[in-house]
Every structure is written in C-alpha cells, then in structure tokens.
Write a protein that binds this ligand. Structure first.
Ligand code: SF4
Length: 297
C-alpha cells in the first residue's frame, strides 16, 4: 500500500523539550513509513487519537515550509545556539526526504546559524548530505546516531518492514566518519530473546568498530500502550513462542532492571573489548524518555 503524503505548512519548526539532554527538537515529517513494530511513536499516536496499529506510517505529514520557518526562528536575537535534535519522533531520512529535501534544507539553515545538531536515523540517504554536514561540523558540534539494533537479518526483516538493511547503515557510518563527521551506532531497541544473545551483541559492536563508529550506545526495548499492543500482535504472528514471556516481562512499560542491566553491561564490556572510545565532547544519552518525547514532536 502506497503511503499518503499530506503537504501541510507548519507554524513553528523548533520544539522546546524539557528534561532531556537537548533543549530543542526538529521533525520535518510526522509519521514514519519505516513502520518498525517496536516504534515508540505509536504510543504518542494512540494518545493523540491517531492510529497506532498497522495503519501507522501510512499517512505522512510533510512540513513543506519548515526550512524557511526554521531560518526565521534561528535569526531571532534571542536564539542561543543550543543543540537541536533532529529525528526524535520520526526518521528524517525516510524515503520522502529524497523528494522533498526538507531535512537537507533544515541542515543548511542550522549550518548557516552555527547551531549544534544531532541526528538519529536508520536512513543511509543521509550520505547525500555529507557536504552540508561537513560544513556544519566546521562551525558547531554535529553528531550522527545510526540506529542498528541488530545485524540478524531475519529479525531485521520481521521487525523493521520499511528500513534499509542495517549493513547499509554501517556503510553510511563509514562514509560520514571518513568525511570527518562524528557518527556512531545506537543499538536500540535491543529485544530480549531476539537480539540480546552474546554473539548477536558482539556482532553489532564489532561491525560498528569496523565501520569506524565514534561511539556506541544501547537501549533495551520498552513498550508503552499503543506500542505494546502492536508489538504483541507482531510477536504472535512471527514468534508466538515468545509471547507469554513478553506478556510477563511487559506487565509494565519498562523491563525489570534484573533483565535490562545485564544486557547493558554486556554492551559496555564489548565496547571496551573492541576499543570503541567515546570521542564525543558532549553526551547525547540513549533514546529519549517516551513520556517526554511527546514534547519533541
Ligand atoms: S525508524 Fe524510528 S520513527 Fe521510524 S518507525 Fe522505526 S522506530 Fe519509528
């Protein structure tokens, strides 16, 4: 089914965010055709009375005037050049960006305003914009985070129906790092019983190291209402044997630390083993708290 694109102008580009490692977020698109089964945005959609189920990602709002609006906001005398996080609530390099080039337009505005920025994406299309990112990185902090939760192709296919293969994302990391841009890997979300086996984790960290990633972080899945129902449905279809365990683990949104902490510890140990130093000068912590992300849309 082809997604519907709704071209709608926005009134503001930058969103004020509270309680996060960044104060501003920016999303050129609303909705995401990648339609990951675990996508935390489904829970916001549910709260906003929009479809969080299989219909999520079928309609994309395109903020057609966002680069111009952003330029006006960045030109204000009150603008403090604080970090702007791009892609906290949708993927800025989903396929629509090939046609609309709104993310690129926003990067050009941020570059011209010497404003630090970070990007979270699963989209290798970002390498199209390596020239703008290089220029922006000469003027202010720039950090790219590629979400690569697993290199298990079977799990990838069944959980991320609309994304590019994870190895392509790692090739994009290499291209960016070679261009002098800080680019790393976010192993998020790790799915217990599906992508947390020691060899699976080691494969990702090793591949990130081989791609030259400047940093690696991880986060374990959490399932809020809206996301939980959809994820359970997909489990029932793809891995029914795991459904009882997941129902038990996710009676609440967050995993018990007894399960999550050892996974995080394994990734930390692997990072050390493979010699991935965190060379960032500032810290953008693992994925935003979904409770607060509603402010980041
Ligand atoms: S790429 Fe990100 S925003 Fe898009 S569906 Fe997947 S998790 Fe959600």
């Amino acid at each position: 089914m082809r997604p519907e694109y709704r071209e709608e102008p926005c009134r503001s580009a930058l969103n004020r965010v509270q309680g996060m490692p960044f104060k501003w977020s920016l999303n050129p698109y609303m909705g995401c055709v990648h339609r990951c089964t675990f996508c935390y945005v489904r829970s916001f959609e549910l709260r906003a009375d929009r479809p969080a189920d299989g219909r999520y990602g079928r309609t994309i709002r395109v903020k057609i005037n966002i680069p111009a609006v952003l330029r006006r906001e960045l030109a204000r005398r009150t603008w403090q050049r604080e970090l702007v996080a791009i892609g906290a609530a949708t993927d800025p390099y989903q396929p629509a960006e090939g046609r609309y080039r709104l993310t690129r337009g926003c990067l050009e505005a941020l570059r011209d305003a010497r404003t630090p920025l970070s990007i979270v994406t699963r989209g290798p299309m970002i390498i199209r914009d390596v020239d703008v990112l290089q220029e922006a990185a000469r003027r202010a902090e720039v950090e790219i985070n590629f979400s690569v939760p697993t290199l298990d192709m079977d799990v990838w296919r069944r959980t991320e129906p609309g994304t590019a293969p994870p190895r392509q994302r790692l090739r994009a990391v290499r291209t960016l790092v070679d261009a002098g841009i800080r680019a790393g890997v976010g192993m998020a979300p790790i799915l217990p019983g599906l992508t947390d086996a020691p060899d699976q984790l080691a494969t990702v960290v090793r591949a990130a190291r081989d791609a030259g990633a400047t940093h690696v972080w991880c986060n374990v899945v959490h399932l809020q209402p809206g996301t939980r129902e959809h994820f359970f449905e997909s489990l029932e279809r793809e891995w029914p044997e795991l459904l009882p365990r997941y129902r038990e683990m996710f009676e609440r949104t967050y995993l018990d630390r007894k399960i999550a902490d050892p996974i995080r510890a394994q990734v930390a140990a692997l990072r050390k083993e493979f010699g991935i130093e965190d060379r960032r000068t500032y810290k953008l912590e693992p994925p935003p708290d979904p409770e607060q992300l509603s402010l980041a849309v």
